[in-house]
Design a protein around this ligand. Structure first.
Ligand SMILES: O=C(O)CCC(=O)C(=O)O
Length: 289
């Protein structure tokens, strides 16, 4: 990235709370990650992983809470029958996999720590960017669930707030197959209602997290769509309000995303649901090999 485009990226990001980098990955790189993902799912035995991910009722159990240093599987609600058995092909059944692909899956590990990502972090002026989690989000055809309006800092809080999401389209992403939607500039208002998901202070294996603060509601008329092509990257500020719709189309919408905070200036909250473990999956972008 040259000097000019790098300062333009920073100013767009600071103005809108998100910014799109066209053609970040090549077609081949997207296809390689797609294949890797397919292989991971092929090896999965669905009976061992019957956990649904829902964004209103955050998945709360140990399977989710202990996924910081693993590659775990979370199903779409509509992929399972009332007994928890799969109703669809397993390749079309998942909401997401997470949260340590950036360490344990070679292609995702390589892309997360490549020079292009380092250059983006430098352009944003990040001193010591650390990846704390990574996910593939599937949005399978017909049953891909919606993601309600939210701010990422509600889930991965740092003090001061210094969280950035990196979201990469591995397929074309349109209104039809559920692109992201943003309220431009909403990051400037901070964390609405101080709404946060934190570890349940009362130990309970069934209720791993609770919400604090006031649940915000956001003006639906202010959202604008962020349609992108295969290989494009979207930078997401930790406080920008964003969402995506359910995917009722017959097209899939595969993306890879990871979250970075700046450990050079910010402290990661010990109340966040996802915590560093001995597996050292909080990786430093500038030095991790
Ligand atoms: O990929 C999506 O549809 C939503 C992703 C998102 O909102 C997030 O990762 O914060």
């Amino acid at each position: 990235m040259d000097g000019d485009s790098s300062s333009q990226l920073k100013s767009k990001f600071e103005e809108n709370g998100y910014a799109i980098i066209k053609g970040f990955l090549t077609e081949d790189e997207c296809d390689d990650l797609h294949r890797e993902c397919h292989q991971i799912v092929e090896k999965m035995n669905p009976e061992e992983h019957s956990t649904v991910f829902s964004c209103d009722r955050q998945t709360n159990n140990d399977y989710f809470m202990n996924s910081a240093d693993k590659v775990r599987f979370f199903f779409e609600k509509e992929a399972l029958d009332e007994k928890g058995n799969l109703k669809v092909d397993k390749q079309m059944s998942l909401n997401k996999i997470g949260h340590a692909l950036h360490v344990f899956s070679p292609g995702f590990r390589r892309i997360t720590h490549c020079e292009r990502v380092r250059n983006i972090c430098r352009s944003l002026g990040l001193q010591d960017p650390v990846v704390c989690q990574s996910m593939v989000i599937f949005k399978p055809p017909h049953i891909g669930g919606e993601v309600n309006p939210h701010q990422d800092s509600s889930y991965l809080f740092t003090e001061p707030k210094r969280l950035v999401g990196i979201w990469i389209a591995l397929e074309d992403t349109t209104r039809e197959n559920s692109c992201l939607w943003f309220i431009p500039g909403s990051h400037k208002d901070g964390l609405a209602g101080n709404y946060r998901m934190i570890i349940n202070p009362k130990k309970d294996p069934e209720v791993g997290t609770v919400f604090t603060g006031e649940k915000p509601s956001f003006d639906q008329s202010k959202f604008i769509s962020g349609e992108v092509n295969k290989g494009d990257l979207v930078l997401i500020h930790g406080e920008v309000v964003h969402r995506s719709d359910a995917n009722r189309s017959d097209k899939s919408r595969l993306i890879y995303t990871f979250h970075i905070y700046d450990e050079g200036v910010a402290k990661y909250s010990s109340q966040n649901w996802l915590q560093p473990t001995e597996a050292n999956t909080f990786t430093h972008v500038y030095t991790f090999q």
